[in-house]
Design a protein. Sequence first.
Length: 423
Amino acid sequence: MKHLRYATALVVTLALGVTGCGGDEGGSGSDGQPAGKEIAAGKATGQITVWAMGAESEKLNALAADFTKENPEAKVNVTSFPFDAAHDKIATAIAGRQTPDISMVGTTWMGEFAKTGAFDPAPTGLFDKSKFFAGAWNSAVVDGTAYGVPWYVETRLIYHRSDLAATAGQQKPTNWQGLTDFATAMKDKGGAKWGIYLQPGGTASWQTFMPFAWQAGADIMKDGKFTLDTPEMRKALEYYASFFKQGLAPTNLAPEAVGSGFIKGEVGAFVSGPWHMGILRGEGGPAFEGKWDVAQMPREQAGTSFIGGSDLAVFKDSRNRDTAWKFVQFLTTPAAQQKLYDLVGSLPALQETWQSGKLADDPFLQAFGEQLKDAKSAPAIATWEQVADVIDDGIERVVRGVTDPATAAKEMQSKASSIGTGS
């Protein structure tokens, strides 16, 4: 998929010239940026087609059935396909102007696809952004305009063997020094082969690294320009690499082996998202309950983590725009968000949903909910996939000792600036 995306980047670039930028149409939002025209009042009617992927696509028909109960003259057709085919399928559809009415869109793809002008800006007054986690809402905002709405979210926490931590005399780490001490003790006193697992580079390693950069006060961009070569970024690279230099984190452990290594007690801690709760409970079984816990990301200047997930976008070429947006509105109601969680375990983007039921009672889930209040997404730029590769490569070069943090930061800045933002 990584190589295929470069091919489709050309397709999307061509689409930019064909369709133009969608920011010039619609009404004006409160910040002076374009917003979509309002939708008609009343119940939804007619057919719409929705593209979806992953576990959510398998259960979307159940939510669509609830929608059509409330809107009997409407029909929702769901088309499902694998996540690894999604980026290219959407890109090709945009280039050929053969888009559905609605599609799930990965949060890191919003900038790329919105820049083609294919998305319809969110209608004025239809959604209250304050009701969503800020990081989630911002993932759908491109050049000040919301071109989608958050549907579900994920963030990263520190999974750790609480039993080994107790043996090592450790509490949950709360800051950078605490995390270093924690990983050291897990290895030296807790019996773990590795104190912590962190991605040593490679595809999407930026999602594990950037929380530490944000915690240090660094960022990827500021005022439309890349800021990858700053003292804060160099500090984060040095800190991240220190776990490998001290022998606390492995460089050759396959990502798919982390869960089993954690259950065996070989890995004392690792950074991951909510999906690992199910993996650990499934593979570890009842005997593993009570032996592990989660902790929020450590603080330096901040305690920020990464936020990902999926947004919902309506295409400008939709033949039934009003019903499309009404379905998106329905999917982001508290009841629908709760049902999505009940069906597949996807974490709601709507904050209200976290105030009742299992989401409010489960301490593991509450830790994720709390972290979501301080989580950031990738910048919504058309070239993000290429820039992400640059950061991934820089991380790996530092971790493996090929270069030092200062040189890596300088190279990352130079390469990202050469790629540009696609604006």
